[in-house]
Design a protein around this ligand. Sequence first.
Ligand code: NDP
Length: 500
Amino acid sequence: MPTHGTGTEDTFESLDPATGDVIATHPIQSEAEVRAAVERAKVAAATWRRLGFAGRREMLDNWKRYIVAHLDDVMTVLSRETGKRPAEAHMELLMTLDHLDWAAKKAKKVLGRQRVPAGLIMANNKAYVEYPALGVIGIIGPWNFPVFTPMGSIAYALAAGNAVVFKPSEYTPGVGRWLAESFAAANPQYADVFRVVTGKGETGAALCRAGVDKLAFTGSTATGKRVMAACAETLTPVVIEGGGKDAFIVDEDVDVAATAEAALWSGMFNAGQACVGTERIYVHEKVYDQFVTEIVEQARALRAGGDPAAQIGPITMPSQKNVIRAHLEDAIEKGSTVMIGGPDTIDAGANGMNCIQPTILTNVPENSLEMTDETFGPTLAINSVASMEEAVERANGTRYGLASTIYSKRRGMELAGEMRAGMTAVNQYLSYAAVPSLPFGGVGESGFGRIHGPDGLKEFTYAHAITKRRYPPPLRLTTFKRTERTERMAARLLKFLYGR
Ligand code: NDP
């Protein structure tokens, strides 16, 4: 069986993680090819920018309709390259299209020229702010949501008036190519506005150094640091959407069965390979036993496998199995209890290649890898807490800070205000990601910068301030011809305005 990434010196293969079968062969693009793609995108960017908000909206709407008309094609390549369940692929596409639609519609309102108050001392001026596009945005994406995640940058960067060069993960090159090809098919005259380059890590590194105007990276925190270092050489600004160790906290007043259902899905969907997937759960001690019994019971109904009937798919990147195993073994060695699943279920059973059965651990020491590092598999660590204050403190006790979930009937909004995280969902998991007007991104080692929403549009622009004189200033200070009287009046005005 071939291992992932085999091919020739100039090519690599994408594989079906459930079977190991080769899906397609893709070129490993060299530094020179990446530079050439950026150069072509630069030329295209000028035309795209001149098209204006309305023109770009039309092209992005064409693309949206093309994607919908060819949904089966993208679903097939998405499911084959990642092992994603069809329902998960559908959800990913639905959310993506909603964001594409929103970005195209709202770009003008958010980024177009707006008049702002000029203030008392500049009352003789009109003041404006506008947000022009930066030029060419380099985008490096992960494999876990290979449509939704990069599109959070691609759609918003294009709507803002930039051209894009996208380097998809080596695990999902087919999805990346499909996205660029579909854009070109929908808008042949603008094909160079959105280009894709394929390859491995080195191709991504080349993109950082290829003269892009900004680099939007989504992936692990470790790679994010390398990307930032490479971009620092040319002072290229970056957006870093890194990893997470998201917590889900459960108050004493919840509907335990419904909360367990949500928590189980939040940790296991996409085989736990979600940056905002729940990895840690803190439950109020008054409902802890009931919650654990319920979630374990519900988890018993799930099975991971490569066959279509399995609710949980395979691990897309086989090397991740070593990380999952190491985290589970470390937690067990430190005294955790395995309630279901565990390291012995990795690769086990019929159709279980590259799978791990749903795994739930309890009493997990806070210093174990399962609590401190991103596991990225269908595992959940559940601990009891004496109060919601303790739950918040433990949830925040991470170097990451991507998203969080709170289930509480009475205190949801109050507790949300205490969370150190880029996003918080109250009494429903993941809802923030599906609201296009909300920003998405993290704090701490989860990164910085935002995709989605008005912040996500502005991320791919720069603020341009403009003032226009309406009539001569009452006090002529910005001239060497100013008089002593003017200066005296300025001093008086200063004291009057700010000295009281
Ligand atoms: P990686 O960090 O391994 O890779 C991300 C991308 O970076 C890939 O395209 C990869 O290419 C590329 N890359 C690798 N090395 C370099 C380099 N030196 N310079 C430039 N680019 C490079 O992440 P994964 O693909 O494994 O994705 C999973 C991670 O992404 C998880 O940590 C997850 O939490 C995070 N993530 C974060 C999200 C967020 O919005 N915050 C959303 C989704 C995922 P190649 O694959 O070819 O090596």
